[in-house]
Every structure is written in C-alpha cells, then in structure tokens.
Design a protein around this ligand. Structure first.
Ligand SMILES: O=C[C@H](O)COP(=O)(O)O
Length: 258
C-alpha cells in the first residue's frame, strides 16, 4: 500500500496536570517551536482551566511571528449547552481558544464508561463547534495477548468515527492501552501493522480523505524512542502524555519527527 505524504502533528496531552505556574513551560514550548521544521504542527492540550490563558500567550507569541502551534482540549460534552453540571461543551472550549479536542482517550473510556457511541457524539460535537476531533483507539494488554488487536481497533473505528470525517476535521490516535504511562512500547513492526490497518480502514470508508488523515501513535513516546516510532510508515506524529509536560522533552520529540 503506498504511504501518503502527510504533514506531521505532535500533540501533547497534559491530562490532569498543570497549574497556572506551568505557563512558563508553555512559553518555553512556544519559544522552541520557532526552531522546528516547518513541516510539523504542535498541539498542546492542557487541562481546561489553562486553555484561555495559554491561548492568550499563543496569540501574543504569534504577533512576533506566526507559529505552527495550537491549543487543544482533552474532552467535551456532546451537547452545546444545558443542565450538565461540571461538564464543558465543545463550543465553550472553542470560545476559550481550543482548536482541537481529544475524544475517546482510553482513560475516559475506562474512568467514565465512554462507549464508542458516546465517543462518536463527542467527535460530532467537536465538529459542530468547528474544531478538529482527535479520536483515540487502542487495545488492552489482554486483547493484544489474545491476538485481537486489529479486531478491537476495527470495532472502535467503526463505532467512534462519525460519517463526514475529512483529513481537515479528524485525527486518529492509536494508543495501545498497555503502553500508556508504562514505559513499554510496541515494536516498530507492530506499530506499522496497526497503522497500516487503520490507514486501509480509513481509506475504504472515507476514500481520498482517509488517505490524508493524520494518524498519531501514543504510548510512552519520549525523546529516546521518538525518531524510530515517528519514522514508521503511516505514523504522522505522536500523542504524547508524560513527556509533553516538559518543554525540552516535548520539543526533542518534535525534533525527532521526520
Ligand atoms: O494521550 C497520551 C497518551 O495517553 C500517552 O501517555 P504517555 O505518553 O504518558 O504514555
């Protein structure tokens, strides 16, 4: 299968980490972004409490020279408004300055019982607000051991991706659950198998758009393994957790991206 040329994206998911003091780390990311290859986009997804402040800092930095950096969110409610105490809508996140929303992360699927159907409505909510949906899929250790990885990923893709996905409004992140925060990563061959399968599935369903969608690998990406993982065919960047909290690590991962 031919490997399409797709612009790389390095996305940082800060998860439930970061107080206002972490703004200095974000500033360091903005400063370092000026030295990255022009073929790479950076996305920083801090906790929702920091999105507006980071968006202001990004706007100030952009006045000195446009940066290929955007702010994202980690989740949203499916509805635009309503009686949903404690929830945040995609429209609110867009209003705060987010340009993308991660949906269906395995931590949300596990901690909040999010099904593929719920994830699909959240992806639609992101689109309704004019944002990119970053949809996460990936197998557990037990599912991999049982040889079910591709079946699990196929089911998540079929159930979580709404019709109408394009290369501009959808990013897919493959995150093996067992690799998240553990220091373990699949082999390059295993990543290639799953990413090739995801590409084929997307192209079958979304035709030429599927060929251009960005496919991120996530799970224990760090500066020391980024170059190898990012050079796997059909890997168009990374969704980085722990290593995205430190500007020097996050930038080193981006620098390792071909
Ligand atoms: O969203 C990010 C992933 O869950 C990866 O996290 P990690 O880089 O800490 O393993």
């Amino acid at each position: 299968m031919p490997v399409p040329a797709v612009r790389s994206l390095i996305a940082g998911n800060w998860k439930m980490n970061g107080l206002k003091a972490a703004s200095s780390e974000f500033d360091a990311m903005l400063e370092g972004a000026t030295e990255l290859s022009s073929g790479i986009d950076l996305l920083v997804c801090p906790p929702a409490t920091l999105i507006a402040a980071f968006a202001d800092r990004l706007a100030a930095a952009n006045e000195k020279g446009a940066l290929a950096v955007a702010i994202g969110a980690q989740d949203c409610h499916a509805n635009a408004t309503g009686a949903h105490t404690g929830d945040i809508s995609a429209e609110m996140l867009a209003d705060a300055g987010a340009r993308a929303i991660i949906v269906g992360h395995s931590e949300r699927r596990a901690d909040h019982g999010e099904t593929d159907a719920i994830v699909r409505t959240k992806a639609q909510a992101a689109w309704r607000a004019g944002l990119v949906a970053i949809v996460c899929v990936g197998e557990t250790q037990g599912e991999r051991n049982a040889g079910h990885t591709l079946d699990v990923v196929a089911g998540q893709l079929a159930g979580s991706l709404p019709d109408g996905a394009t290369a501009a409004n959808l990013v897919v992140a493959y995150e093996p659950v067992w690799a998240i925060g553990t220091g373990m990563t699949p082999t390059a061959a295993d990543v290639e198998e799953v990413h090739g399968f995801i590409r084929q599935t997307l192209t079958q369903r979304f035709n030429a758009e599927g060929d251009q969608m960005r496919l991120l690998y996530g799970g224990s990406v760090k500066p020391s393994n980024a170059r190898e993982l990012m050079s796997v065919p059909h890997v168009n960047g990374a969704l980085v957790g722990g290593a995205s909290l430190k500007a020097s690590d996050f930038l080193a991962i981006a620098a390792g991206c071909p």
